[in-house]
Design a protein around this ligand. Structure first.
Ligand code: SAH
Ligand code: TRP
Length: 332
């Protein structure tokens, strides 16, 4: 029978639940109005992740220069059994789950330990959620998967309720893509969703040699550049805009004051862009930039403070041998 519930989207045998916003969030028109019509020009990062952008992100994680995914995966591989044994989850709920590739280390540990749980991946990119869910059900036939599509900036109050023990997972240093105050608010919000006995597993990238950081966002094959430029195609499609991606170039630089990578699109010429659905035109000077992403880097102290300031208790801080990346396990 055809599925007529507007809150359920299906593809083959996987069904996505839609997360109802707990508070209004600006739509792409409002975001573009706020971000592109004022100076400095900015865009929220969630628009990177259309189907093509999510594929490109997956390719970034496979580049030689982008160490965070590799390092986080190794950390998970090393500690997954500990994490599962000590948190004993009935459900793993992952925010911004993307391809769920690294999360597989947790499911591997479940297999090793004979532990059963279900998995609720949550992401703004529905195509990636469906693709990941299909891959997981092929690999882990015991795993019940309940994907949730939505925007975590619209609040977590309407996440499906769950009576068992939950392990909340937030990987990939996505927390670093929030402004510091927003990062604190978000961890506070996760804490509010948690009940006694629940755990949070948080992955975050560390402050290190700026050359290594900058290389990670300037891979030689230009995958990160393609990912950054892809947001212009999203704007063309969604806003009926006429950006010419060839007239922009990717730039990623470390800002030591803010301890963050700043990613921009640089206008290579003076140019006019029409934003159809905004009924606006913008004039970009040659060299003018659009800030498309910030990626904050953490010290052990700043990361632990982020978690403990929310009221959570630090349980473990797993650190890579080279101190490149951290995984924090905390409980309520
Ligand atoms: N956790 C994965 C993916 C990290 S990339 C990993 O570590 O490799 C960031 C992920 O967050 C993407 O899958 C993107 O689609 C998702 N995302 C970005 N903004 C979001 C938002 N506002 N709400 C929900 N998911 C979001
Ligand atoms: N959370 C990832 C990070 O900050 C996201 C990311 C990696 C990213 N590479 C990127 C975002 C390139 C924009 C462009 O490392």
């Amino acid at each position: 029978m055809a599925n007529t519930d507007p809150l359920i989207k299906a593809n083959a045998d996987v069904v996505c639940q839609v997360l109802k916003p707990a508070r209004p969030v600006p739509d792409i028109i409002e975001d573009a109005r706020n971000g592109l019509l004022s100076r400095p020009r900015t865009l929220p990062p969630k628009y990177f992740y259309d189907a093509h952008g999510s594929d490109l992100f997956e390719r970034i994680t496979e580049t030689r220069e982008y160490y965070p995914s590799r390092t986080e995966n190794e950390l998970l591989q090393r500690h997954a059994r500990d994490i599962i044994a000590s948190s004993n989850p009935d459900q793993i709920l992952e925010l911004g789950s993307g391809s769920s590739r690294k999360t597989q280390r947790l499911f591997d540990a479940c297999v090793d330990l004979g532990h059963a749980c279900n998995y609720a991946p949550m992401d703004v990119c529905e195509d990636m959620l469906l693709q990941a869910s299909q891959e997981l059900s092929g690999k882990y036939d015991w795993l019940a998967i309940n994907p949730i599509v939505g925007d975590y900036h619209a609040g977590l109050d309407n996440l499906p309720s769950f009576t068992g023990r939950r392990l909340f997972v937030f990987l990939g240093s996505t927390i670093g893509n929030f402004e510091p105050a927003a990062a604190q608010r978000f961890i506070n919000e996760i804490e509010k969703c948690m009940r006694a006995g629940d755990r949070l597993l948080l992955g975050a990238d560390r402050v290190k040699d700026p050359a290594i950081l900058e290389a990670a966002y300037n891979d030689n094959d230009g995958v990160t550049a393609a990912f950054n430029l892809n947001v212009l195609r999203v704007l063309n499609r969604e806003l009926h805009a006429n950006f010419v991606p060839d007239r922009f170039r990717h730039r990623a630089e470390y800002n030591p004051t803010h301890q963050r990578i700043e990613m921009r699109l640089v206008s290579e010429h003076e140019q006019h862009v029409h934003l159809g659905r905004l009924e606006a035109d913008i004039k970009l000077q040659s060299g003018e930039t659009i800030l498309t992403e910030v990626s904050h880097k953490f010290t052990p102290e700043s990361l632990q403070a982020l978690v403990t300031h929310s009221g959570l208790t630090l349980q473990e801080h797993y650190q890579a041998d080279d101190d490149y990346f951290s995984l924090i396990l905390a409980h309520k």
